[in-house]
Design a protein around this ligand. Sequence first.
Ligand SMILES: Nc1ncnc2c1ncn2[C@@H]1O[C@H](COP(=O)(O)OP(=O)(O)O)[C@@H](O)[C@H]1O
Ligand SMILES: [Mg+2]
Length: 259
Amino acid sequence: MAFLEVQNLTKTFGGLRANDSISFSLEREELIGLIGPNGAGKTTLFNCICGHHPVTSGRIIFDGQDVTALKAHAMARLGIGRTFQVYAATGDLTVLEKVMVGCFLHTRSRSKARACAEEILGDLKLFDLSDYLVSELPVAAQKRVVMAMALGTQPRLLLLDEVAAGLNTPEIEEIMASIRHVNKDRGVTVILIEHVMEMVMKVSERIIVLDYGAKIAEGPPEVIAKDSKVIKAYLGERYAKEHGTIDHRSSINDQNQIR
Ligand SMILES: Nc1ncnc2c1ncn2[C@@H]1O[C@H](COP(=O)(O)OP(=O)(O)O)[C@@H](O)[C@H]1O
Ligand SMILES: [Mg+2]
């Protein structure tokens, strides 16, 4: 059985179907990308998988266990960790303390939580920033701290929501390297929501595309880049032209934020 199985997951908000009967599965230690236009339902899907939102219908099976009805805290204990898209670097905690917060999920000991946080900060090359307030750091460092915070809960499945948003090319390379490292060397399974196509196409083994709440495509990056439905709904003419994947049969829009 797959590591994560999402079966016909539907989430409605009043009359809006934010997730419309989405099904997919994920193998242990895979790294997959989740893309689609703004409002497609990507963050909602994360919120359902991590127990933040109750699903309207459908099932979520994680590591052989039906976790559909579990709340966020129980999901985190089982090993589902996530970052939040809107992250305010507020409060007066240092980087070390922020990462320790997650570590306290598995221990009550302050020294153990500290050791756990220091290991993660060292591993993500953030150790030198331990004593800074998160709000004092440049955005690129804050994004890596956000990942470190999520790792504090010791996830086996990590849901990353737009961690490269607002970064420049070298910073994107750097966070991409961190994500690969977390996946390959720490053995964490990853689902990555990302609008930066160069990044998502490069790091993902497989990509799932949402549009208006529904899954419209799934496959390897090179197949997704040529899919006329995906070009029409999301990638747009510019991306397809630049990558030589344009499909002249589709009517194309170019509304997207490809950088
Ligand atoms: N808590 C909520 N209450 C009501 N509507 C919501 C809520 N969260 C998301 N939505 C709506 O669900 C749709 C999908 O949103 P979202 O999952 O944030 O999309 P994405 O992350 O792909 O941009 C949008 O129309 C959004 O306005
Ligand atoms: Mg979102």
